[in-house]
Write a new protein. Structure first.
Length: 426
């Protein structure tokens, strides 16, 4: 049993010694002390079904034994920077990752986070194209450093500091957007930004295939092919931010696959290290050359421990057929959520792919008024009944269901049943 400090003591220390901007998901914060596959355990030993962990860390499942073993073994051998010396971990993982990429995408740069990966991707795009202007989509989240905060496009995540060189295109939002699911209509806005907001040439375009923080918004079909074509004509580089939707989560290995495009640069992080800080940027040999213009290095990017973890995650995804599982369990769960939508007016929209699903709550289906308080209430009640889900969207009224990829149909049933019981009581 857990013998550490109580939740109240931890909360007190957090208030005194940690960032005042930190937030907790629940009214009564959860003290998580153990994790095993799709379950988390609190300080009283109570088990929770974790249907949100995937977003933060977990592809293979909490403390997956293969990943733990890889990490522990590597820590005992050598843990160092891989900048100055040779080491097989980084080389082997880069080779395995390249094998997962389409086209000529085969050169990997490792970082320690998603923000760093996107910062590097945007810099590469700017250097390669010789243009500063980058286009991102409203409602996106790409990071919180100087460049990426510029690309992030929700006021809640943007501080009032200089963020130059990014234009924000209309979100191809199929639920609220003016053009419904007509991706090509939204894509015209990107062409307009190029024509009226820049010299006619751009550095690049960055987007998620499914916006995660933005509330599991799938870009309207037809949007990315049209935008990629506009960007190419304007001399720009296309960047797919796969930090949330990559690594088998959507049932495809990469989120962009469903859109029939091949980006020039792909970035990834979060689940790829199964909880170990690891990010990556993959591009073509030709584009990668721009980084030889000056010295570029990252002390811990691609260190032996993190790349061993990442490589172990890739192997587990293959061994346990987690991509297929994400597709099967995801579509089963989505069907069940649609049935719930027929039953409860409050569910305005059910969307997403694989194990990256969103449920948008509204108090009025026609007006699509965000049901913010209700979202918090249901999340809290679900936690009380042993199920953890996340929330997102600009108004905080979208459930984000992004479990570890080992999630089963029984887990999906339990999640929906719990949601059903709570909604029935409201
Ligand atoms: N891109 C996307 C799509 C993200 O969701 C996030 C994190 N929410 C990031 C980038 C930034 O990743 P990190 O927090 O690891 O810097």
């Amino acid at each position: 049993p857990y013998t550490g400090p109580s939740a109240a003591e931890i909360l007190q220390k957090r208030k005194e010694f940690l960032s005042p901007s930190l937030f907790c998901l629940y009214k009564k914060p959860l003290n998580v002390v153990d994790g095993k596959m799709q379950y988390l355990f609190d300080d009283t030993g109570r088990r929770y079904l974790d249907a949100f962990g995937g977003i933060a860390v977990v592809c293979a499942g909490h403390c997956h034994p293969d990943v733990v073993e890889a990490i522990v073994n590597q820590t005992k051998k050598i843990q160092h920077s891989t900048v100055m010396y040779l080491n097989n971990c980084i080389a082997d993982f880069a080779e395995a990752l390249a094998a997962k990429m389409p086209g000529d995408l085969k050169v990997v740069f490792f970082t320690n986070s998603g923000t760093e990966a996107n910062e590097l991707a945007m810099m590469i795009a700017r250097l390669y194209s010789g243009c500063q202007d980058v286009i991102s989509i409203r409602n996106a989240y790409h990071g919180n450093a100087a460049g990426t905060m510029g690309a992030t496009a929700q006021s809640i995540w943007k501080f009032n500091v200089v963020q130059t060189g990014v234009h924000h295109a209309v979100n191809p939002d199929q639920y609220r957007g003016a053009f419904g699911s007509d991706g090509e209509m939204y894509a015209k806005d990107v062409q307009d930004l190029i024509d009226y907001g820049t010299s006619g040439r751009v550095g690049g375009f960055i987007s998620e295939a499914i916006q995660g923080v933005g509330g599991i918004m799938e870009l309207a079909p037809g949007y990315l092919p049209a935008v990629y074509s506009s960007i190419k004509k304007a001399g720009g580089v296309t960047i797919a931010d796969e930090v949330q939707c990559g690594f088998a989560r959507t049932g495809d290995f990469w989120g962009f696959e469903a859109h029939g495009v091949v980006p020039d640069i792909v970035t990834m992080a979060k689940g790829i290290g199964n909880g170990i800080p690891l990010g990556a940027v993959v591009t073509t040999p030709e584009i990668a050359q721009v980084l030889t213009q000056r010295s570029y290095f990252n002390t811990f990017g691609g260190n032996p421990l993190c790349t061993s973890a990442g490589h172990a995650v890739l192997k587990v995804i293959e061994k346990e057929k987690l991509q297929e599982n994400a597709r099967d369990v995801g579509s089963y769960l989505k069907d069940r959520l649609h049935v719930l939508q027929d039953k409860y007016e409050i569910i305005g929209d059910v969307r997403g792919r694989g194990l990256m699903l969103g449920v948008e709550l509204v108090t009025d289906r026609d007006l699509k008024t965000p049901a913010k308080a209700e979202t918090l209430h249901i999340m809290d009640q679900m936690k009380e009944m042993g199920v953890l889900i996340g929330k997102g969207g600009f108004h905080g009224n979208v459930f984000r269901i992004t479990p570890p990829l080992c999630f089963t149909k029984e887990d999906a049933d339990y999640l929906v049943d719990v949601m059903d019981v709570i909604m029935a009581k409201m």
